[in-house]
Write a protein that binds this ligand. Structure first.
Ligand code: PMP
Length: 421
């Protein structure tokens, strides 16, 4: 093994300079086992980030990797023009877990590609070009998906699609959740009244991940949906970060009691193996007029893995687990907020998708303090995430297989840091 310094040097020399780093002193991870990862020196870290919600079933979970390996040894790849069983089984299985009439699935390889496909389909189906998106949302890094990404840090400021109208998000620290939702709905109404006939779809994360764990007030999407319907505008739920149990429901839109016109999914579906998809009902799906071929989309290895993931989520009842453990974690974070209000501005989210917004003298201080906390937590053996418009929100999105002791240990480490801060 070449060691941390040598890997860092290669990245510096050969990666694009924009490559992101969380840590001043980044560990080199060489092994993972369920909720734990290990660096080159054998140091154990409890993973409270799960590669941004990806390894929901745990790192190298044998119940899943055995089936991936078996498929790798049977048949690794063909094109979708041939019949193979894993992707047919997976499409059938997804139709069972997806809500409403969403029973058609198009397989692709990444979240960006799933959103891109869904957005194109919305245009083809409606014959309209426009998009509505929420400020501080993140939907990917292809041209269309970056165009609807509101978070400044995740978009270029040039060359993007211009048929996008952003509305304010249903969150504002100075407003109640109801007021913030109302304000966002007013923005939506205004856009629809002005140019509803030219809008194909609104795309939204039910709970914004990178935007800082923004969970709208529960009536929000229930009000959004009929407004859109009135103007013939579709709703795409980007469940790429929220899907497959993390929020305490299979899909986060369930919390709002809304069935969107399309759902996009990726990340946790493959538990680390690339697999993504966009789902729609019969009528909308029939508007896609190009052949459903993607070189790797729905390949046997990814499909067999995703089937194993769905089996595991079901047999281990991971959504319920996320709800129960999430409640314990949130209670602990709230307790820290009560004890350190001068450092903690807010705790939010649901299930095991939680955020803690940190404070400083000003925005730059808050972001620097967040970096300090991340670094020290890493040194204490806990990897947590960071997001938010101001990069000052700690993100807790662990594998859903964590246990109570992991949560209590992590909260204890965090308390130690905050007491000295
Ligand atoms: N949508 C959401 C909500 C995401 O969190 C992400 C990735 N962070 C994407 C889309 C893009 O997915 P990918 O990186 O797989 O293209």
């Amino acid at each position: 093994m070449i060691g941390r310094e040598a890997v860092t040097a290669k990245r510096k020399q050969y990666f694009y300079p924009c490559t992101q780093h969380f840590y001043r002193n980044s560990p080199q991870l060489v092994r993972g086992s369920m909720q734990y990862v290990y660096d080159e020196n054998g140091k154990e870290y409890t993973d409270f980030f799960a590669g941004v919600s990806v390894v929901a079933c745990g790192h190298c979970n044998p119940a899943i990797t055995e089936r991936t390996i078996h498929q790798l040894q049977q048949l690794q790849h063909t094109t979708t023009v041939y019949l193979t069983q894993p992707n047919a089984d997976l499409a059938e299985r997804l139709a069972k877990v997806l809500p409403g009439n969403l029973r058609r699935t198009f397989f692709v390889n990444s979240g960006s590609e799933a959103n891109e496909g869904a957005m194109l389909l919305a245009r083809l189906h409606t014959g309209r070009k426009g998009f509505i998106a929420l400020e501080s949302g993140l939907h990917g890094r292809t041209n269309l998906t970056m165009s609807v990404t509101g978070l400044p840090m995740w978009r270029t400021d040039k060359y993007l699609d211009e048929d996008v109208t952003f509305i304010r998000r249903p969150y504002d620290p100075d407003l109640t959740p109801e007021q913030a939702a109302e304000r966002s709905l007013e923005d939506l109404k205004k856009v629809l009244e002005e140019k509803g006939e030219s809008i194909a779809t609104m795309i939204a994360e039910p709970i914004q991940g990178n935007g800082g764990m923004i969970m709208p007030e529960l009536s929000y999407f229930r009000s959004v949906k009929p407004l859109l319907e009135h103007f013939g505008v579709l709703l795409i739920a980007d469940e790429i970060q929220t899907g497959f149990g993390r929020t305490g429901a299979m899909f986060a839109m369930e919390h709002f009691g809304v069935v969107p016109d399309m759902i996009t999914m990726a990340k946790a579906l493959g538990n680390g193996v690339p697999v993504a998809a966009f789902a729609a009902g019969d009528e909308i799906a029939s508007s896609l007029n190009t052949p459903s071929a993607s070189t790797f989309g729905g390949n046997p290895v990814s499909a067999a893995t995703a089937l194993a993931v769905l089996d595991y989520i079901e047999s281990e009842r991971l959504p319920e687990r996320a709800q129960q453990l999430g409640a314990r974690l949130k209670e602990g974070l709230w307790d820290l907020q009560r004890r350190y209000p001068e450092r903690i501005a807010d705790v939010r989210g649901t299930g095991l998708m939680l955020g803690m917004e940190l404070r400083g003298g000003n925005a730059a201080d808050a972001a620097a303090f967040t970096d300090d906390v991340l670094e020290e937590m890493k040194d204490r053996g806990y990897l947590i995430g960071k997001n938010g418009v101001g990069r000052n929100v700690l993100a807790f999105q662990p594998p859903l297989v964590i246990v109570e002791q992991d949560i209590d240990g992590m909260l204890g480490a965090l308390a130690h840091i905050l007491v000295g801060a």
